[in-house]
Every structure is written in structure tokens, then in C-alpha cells.
Design a protein around this ligand. Structure first.
Ligand code: AKB
Length: 314
């Protein structure tokens, strides 16, 4: 049977770029995008309007297209989830359990599900945070991701489900808009510098967080899914590091392109979530098991973002 991929939550920040990356690699007709909202950018290839909690609807799409692999991206992120914790838990957990069950029943060969640095909490070591360490998350988003990692490990161990996962840091890209995360400031800042030359950050100047440029994140995701099964030793979720910076540091880098750029600070409730997360991540397990290496450092990421976003906005 040939590879047929379904991306659930394809219209969000990661989905928009992942669908493009998967279609470039495996052919447009072999990647079905699905969401409850229309895609952010027009894409060639099949699209299905389906809710990630609608088990029958998902089964119908899987049967209709002969799907063999699912990338489940639908979720409420940290800031949005805190506004409705009960719904965040329901969406983030139900959608995962539906897909894991379908895989257990043999209807899918492989599953990808993203976790996050939000599984860590204030009691976790902040620098070079290890793969295995204290995980006491303080957001409902982090609680749901930690529980999800447990379910992935369980379905793999008990039923042999081939599920793979990455703990994403904050993701930065120019093709799609972020949706409701604490790390979103690192995308907003680019749009605002180009529109108005000024930005007020909702995180304080010294809030260093682990981040990653989207091309690295998409490559990591597809590489992990394509790695031979025996190399994927971590069946909860892999730590992944790209770069780490604070609002103050990205402002310095942006001033190399926009010398008059004005940065202000008005920390809000998201500051507490950021304060509970690591500053940097130890990703040696991903490097050793399936050969992960990031390509973009802060300067390379800012240069590339400015180049592409400038073109896009003009
Ligand atoms: C968020 O800020 O909620 C996300 C994440 C770190 O998973 N970008």
C-alpha cells in the first residue's frame, strides 16, 4: 500500500507549512489537509472539512482517501487553553485518543502528534533541560501535552502503535500566523516592525525561551516520521532544540535591519507561562537516535524572516 497522509489541523501555524512540505516530498495528491477552517493560504491538493473530535468524520476521510498516516496537529495552545481549560483538555485529549485507537485497530500505520516545551514547569531545570527530567507543568496546555505523551508511550508499548512526537519549542515562520501561544510574540514582532517600526512585547525583556525556525521544525517532523522504526527509541516525545533568545536579544538582531525599531514591554498573564518554561533544551537523544541537527541560529533566522516577510507584505 502506498503512503497516503492526513494532516488534521492543517490550517494552523504548523499545519500550513507542514502540508506544503509533505506535498513537496510525497506529491500533492498523497496529502489530504483537514481542518474546521479554510486554509490560511491557497494550496493544491485535497482538503476535507472535519472536526478533530468527530471520530466518524475522521474515519470517513481515512476510508475515502485510503489514509495510512496521520499528523494530528489540532490543539488549543498555552494562552488560549487557559481561557477555557475544560475545552482545551477535551480537544487536546479526545482528538489524540481517537487517532491512537484508529491506529490500534490497524486502520493507520503511523501517527505523528506534537508535544511541547510546556510539559516542563517551574521545578524543571531551566538550562539545557534534559530529555528525562521533572515535569510538573503549570498550564492546562502543558498538562494535556504531558498526559498525551503518556498515552503515546502506552499505545506504543501495549499495542505496538507506531507513534512519534516532538516537544516543539516556540515556532517562528513567515508563511502562517501563530494561534494563541506564549511564544507568538516572536512572530508578531516581525509584522509590527515592518508595519509600524515599533512593538510592545507581552513578555519582559529577559524572558529567554527555546525557539525554532519553521524550516527546521518541518524538516525535523518529516525526518522523524521517515526514520526507521527501530531508531525511534523515545515513544513519549523528543526534546528538540533550535535557538534560544529573549525579546531584548531579538530586538538587537532586528535593529540590524531596522535601526530605528522601538521596542516596549508590557508583560501580561503569558509572562507566568514563559517563566515556568526552560531557557534552553538538551536534544542529544534526537541527535543520536535519528540524526537531528538544526540549521538556523538567531541571525540566520532573522535574516531569512526579514527577507521573506518583507516580500510577502509588499
Ligand atoms: C505556545 O507558546 O503555547 C506554543 C508552545 C511552546 O508549545 N508555541
Amino acid at each position: 500500500m502506498s503512503k497516503k497522509i492526513l494532516v488534521i489541523g492543517s490550517s494552523g501555524q504548523i499545519g500550513t507549512e507542514l502540508v506544503e512540505g509533505l506535498r513537496a516530498r510525497f506529491g500533492s495528491e498523497n496529502v489530504v489537509a483537514s481542518d474546521i477552517k479554510e486554509p490560511q493560504v491557497k494550496q493544491d491538493g485535497p482538503f476535507a472539512m472535519v472536526n478533530a473530535m468527530d471520530q466518524r468524520g475522521i474515519e470517513r476521510v481515512i476510508e475515502k482517501h485510503g489514509i495510512t498516516e496521520v499528523y494530528l496537529l489540532a490543539a488549543l495552545l498555552s494562552a488560549t487553553a487557559e481561557k477555557d481549560p475544560a475545552f482545551a483538555w477535551k480537544l487536546n485529549m479526545e482528538s489524540l485518543l481517537i487517532i491512537l485507537e484508529l491506529a490500534r485497530e490497524g486502520k493507520l500505520k503511523k501517527v505523528y502528534w506534537p508535544s511541547s516545551i510546556a510539559v516542563f514547569g517551574p521545578t524543571t531545570p531551566k538550562d539545557n533541560t534534559p530529555q528525562q527530567t521533572v515535569t510538573e507543568p503549570s498550564t492546562v496546555y502543558g498538562i494535556s501535552k504531558l498526559a498525551g505523551e503518556g498515552w503515546c508511550r502506552y499505545y506504543n508499548k501495549r499495542y505496538g502503535v507506531d507513534v512519534r512526537s516532538i516537544r516543539y519549542p516556540g515556532l517562528i515562520g513567515w508563511k502562517s500566523a501563530p494561534g494563541g501561544g506564549t511564544t507568538d510574540y516572536a512572530v508578531h514582532i516581525f509584522h509590527e516592525v515592518m508595519k509600524s517600526g515599533a512593538y510592545t512585547s507581552f513578555l519582559g525583556p529577559k524572558s529567554t525561551l527555546p525557539m525554532m525556525y519553521m524550516p527546521d521544525a518541518i524538516r525535523a517532523t518529516i525526518d522523524l516520521m521517515e526514520a526507521p522504526s527501530e531508531q525511534v527509541k523515545e515513544r513519549g516525545s523528543y526534546n528538540l532544540a533550535g535557538l534560544s533568545f529573549s525579546p531584548e536579544e531579538i530586538a538587537v538582531e532586528l535593529r540590524k535591519h531596522y535601526p530605528d525599531f522601538k521596542m516596549g514591554y508590557a508583560p501580561d498573564e503569558r509572562q507566568a507561562y514563559a517563566d515556568s518554561w526552560p531557557r534552553s533544551i538538551d536534544d542529544s537523544a534526537a541527535r543520536k537516535d535519528w540524526g537531528w541537527r538544526p540549521e538556523f541560529d538567531l541571525k540566520a533566522m532573522v535574516d531569512d524572516m526579514v527577507l521573506h516577510l518583507r516580500k510577502k507584505l509588499s
